[in-house]
Design a protein around this ligand. Structure first.
Ligand code: GLU
Length: 261
């Protein structure tokens, strides 16, 4: 099946925006890139596709405001940065969507939704209610309160769980890499399609990384396993490239698409 045929059937999509997509080299939130992405999200909504966004960027943005040049090791400082950055992020998303007639809702999650049934069901109901009210959920880990026991740890993992939770058909992970390569990024060939997450694929993932993202390729492959096992697709693409969402939905050969198991 061709890419555009596969993507034609998408009704609901989760898009994960990594820190390298949302922030500049000097750790500011990149509002012009955010605006370009929001325009494409609005375009998706107009096509009748429902959307949830998993956003990173809070900690790096908060670090900048608090004058921290390197990621603090101290938990309280890290959580303070997350607290400051998260509200900055939401303010920007809210304004950009509002200018285009759409409402957003913030959801901050901790991992205990996976172990406590009642919490899980509650969150699921909240999501359905947001979707039926035409609100775009914007999700992040609740970094300012999460401690190790209740942490997802990275947003690749979180976005995969959210994809299954909201029963989306596709997870798009936007980062600063073009996808999965057969060798180091830029060397080897870009894999356009992965049918099965074999040990060889996992081996390739170990060679790729990015200085700002927490997970690198390993957590992305884990995310792919989580969603493809549930019959959903996942796509990794470069969120720093112009019109990336539109190109994906036009069926252009960009990024790496993982097919459902
Ligand atoms: N939740 C973190 C933040 O907002 C990002 C985690 C990640 O990028 O995986 O800064």
């Amino acid at each position: 099946m061709k890419r555009n045929q596969l993507l034609d059937s998408i009704n609901r999509v989760v898009v994960k925006l990594g820190t390298p997509v949302l922030t500049t080299e000097d750790n500011r939130l990149d509002t012009s890139r955010m605006e370009e992405l929001v325009e494409q999200f609005v375009w998706l909504r107009k096509k009748g596709i429902q959307l949830a966004i998993v956003t990173s960027g809070a900690i790096v943005a908060g670090m900048r405001s608090l004058g921290l040049r390197i990621r603090p090791k101290n938990l309280a400082k890290l959580q303070a940065a997350a607290s400051v950055g998260q509200s900055q992020l939401m303010r920007i998303y809210e304004r950009l969507f509002k200018e285009r007639g759409l409402i957003v809702g913030q959801i901050l999650l901790t991992k205990d939704i996976l172990t406590e049934r009642e919490r899980y069901l509650n969150v699921r109901n909240t999501f359905s209610s947001l979707f039926s009210s035409n609100v775009i959920p914007i999700i992040n880990e609740n970094d300012s309160v999460a401690v190790d026991e209740i942490k997802f740890g990275d947003n690749d993992t979180l976005s995969a769980l959210v994809t299954n939770l909201v029963e989306a058909d596709l997870l798009i992970i936007l980062s600063d890499v073009d996808g999965l390569y057969t060798n180091y990024p830029g060397e080897g060939k870009l894999l356009f399609r992965v049918r099965e997450i074999s040990p060889e694929i996992e081996e390739l993932a170990k060679r790729t990384g990015s200085s700002k993202s927490i997970g690198g390729m390993i957590t992305k492959i884990e995310a792919a396993k989580t969603v493809t096992k549930e019959g959903k697709m996942m796509l990794i693409a470069n969120g720093r490239k112009a019109e990336v969402i539109k190109k994906i939905f036009a069926g252009k050969k960009i990024g790496t698409l993982f097919l459902p198991e």
